[in-house]
Design a protein around this ligand. Structure first.
Ligand code: 5AD
Ligand code: SF4
Length: 445
């Protein structure tokens, strides 16, 4: 197809990864990217279903596209991702101007679907099983120096609040050799940072075997092997689940110099009663024990987390337990969410759904507490001189945004080419970013 395409990505890094593949396929088909929706021949909304406001966003966006489509009947509108998988036929019922609905397992069929839409009108493919890993498709990456690498898709857990197992299916791991080959190829092209992606990286390999052996590869082993790839400087991964976390992963992190000193370790709740109702198998003390072990093995490691407020049945006492764990855990940052019932999940039909005002009030208290801890943690960085990787322009025209190995964002006042490593001296701190200045190379000796 000729013309320009525009992709809007919602949700998590797995969707960012898939969007790069969508862009790769459209580019391979002869199209070019655009930022201007008025120029686009194809608009793709790569959607998220994790919370209700994600749903609302899709239908809002489709509403905005309707008049454009009326003006330009050649415009092709594609809905991809988790909401495509969840809502399926409902999308084209509610928005008949959508040309293609492509579910999470059907991405490789996108170009076919678009071609058929040209001739036969609206198309949908919401197959239930991933035959080809999206990683095998061509990619159009936003940055030349960093890349997402999928190591597994789907999730075998059954957290009662979560829709992901319904829309992404059971876990399927990629063969260890395929992951390594992709990372090696990326490093040869100049990529210096990779983020290994899976819904639960700790169970990576459960469903595949090591070639020539009957045993299953482990995540720790994968980390160590990726660490050997020449040219690569930084390895990140997301996310481990405290339920399946094992000490060999801590050892692999500590001993692999390219693996960054940051871990995203989702707590969800600090109350054992709520964790049980969420069907998360660890308990508060075990979680805190893992944190101690991680911090003891990896000096200066930064820890981020996810917390849900207002899960059905959460009492004031349960919430106090969450605040208590947050006080003790000293997270560097936390993504905090108000519980959102997702259709089909067990929690959605539990009794004692918490009223919105109560959730909001608890949420506000949590945000204040964590904000103070994040700020305290950030201030402790002042005076340090971390290595940072420049990612792009910062908030002001001539400034730069860079990132530490510990995943802290640093704003630098001078413009620097993205993809460059520099040493920064940290001079200021806010809850969500640091300010710094470049330390001239000569000053390092
Ligand atoms: N409501 C609120 N937050 C949710 N999350 C997942 N499902 C829900 C839900 N139904 C949060 C969890 C998860 C993060 C990606 O989103 O904290 O770790
Ligand atoms: Fe990512 Fe989950 Fe949203 Fe899917 S539903 S895009 S897996 S956050």
């Amino acid at each position: 197809m000729n013309g320009a395409f525009l992709i809007r990505t919602f949700g998590c890094q797995m969707n960012e990864h898939d969007s790069e593949r969508i862009g790769g396929m459209l580019t391979a088909d002869g199209m070019t990217p655009t930022d201007d929706v008025a120029d686009a021949r194809v608009v793709v909304l790569n959607t998220c279903a994790i919370r209700e406001n994600a749903d609302n966003k899709l239908y809002g966006n489709l509403g905005h596209l309707k008049p454009l489509k009326a003006k330009n009947p050649d415009l092709r509108i594609v809905v991809a991702g988790c909401l495509a998988q969840k809502d399926q036929g409902t999308i084209q019922e509610k928005a008949p101007w959508v040309d293609v609905v492509v579910g999470t397992h059907a991405l490789p069929h996108l170009l076919d679907l678009l071609r058929r839409a040209e001739e036969d009108g609206p198309q949908m493919d919401v197959a239930e099983y991933t035959e080809l890993f999206p990683s095998a498709l061509p990619a159009a990456r936003e940055d030349a120096f960093r890349a997402w690498v999928s190591i597994a898709v789907g999730c075998d857990n059954a957290c009662t609040f979560c829709i992901v197992p319904f829309v992404r299916g059971a876990q399927r791991s990629r063969a260890i050799g395929d992951v390594l080959a992709e990372v090696q190829g990326l490093a040869r092209q100049g990529v210096v940072e990779v983020t290994l992606l899976g819904q639960n990286v700790n169970t990576y390999g459960r469903d595949v075997t090591v070639p020539g052996a009957s045993r299953r590869p482990l995540f720790a082993e994968l980390l160590r092997q990726v660490n050997e790839v020449d040219g690569l400087r930084r390895i990140r991964f997301t996310s481990p689940h405290p339920h399946d976390f094992t000490p060999d992963v801590i050892d692999a992190m500590a001993e692999s110099e390219k693996v960054c000193e940051h871990i995203h370790f989702p707590l969800q709740s600090g109350s054992d009663t709520v964790l049980k109702a969420m069907q998360r198998s660890y308990r508060r003390e075990r979680y805190l024990g893992w944190l101690d072990a991680i911090r003891a093995a990896i000096p200066d490691v930064a820890v981020s987390t996810d917390i849900i407020v207002g899960f059905p049945g959460e009492t004031e006492e349960d919430f106090a337990q969450t605040l208590d764990v947050v006080e003790r855990a000293r997270f560097d940052s936390a993504y905090t969410f108000q519980y959102s019932p997702r259709p089909g999940t067990r929690a959605a039909s539990m009794p004692d759904q918490i009223p919105k005002e109560v959730v909001q009030e608890r949420f506000d208290r949590l945000v204040v507490l964590q904000g103070a801890i994040s700020l305290e943690k950030a201030r402790a960085q002042i005076g340090t001189e971390p290595e940072v990787l420049v990612e792009g322009t910062g908030p002001r025209h001539s400034s730069t945004q860079a990132r530490t190995r510990t995943n802290r964002i640093v704003h630098l006042s001078e413009p620097i080419e993205p993809g460059t490593f520099v040493t920064a001296r940290i001079t200021g701190a806010a809850s969500h970013h640091l300010a710094g200045e470049v330390v001239p190379a000569a000053a390092l000796v």
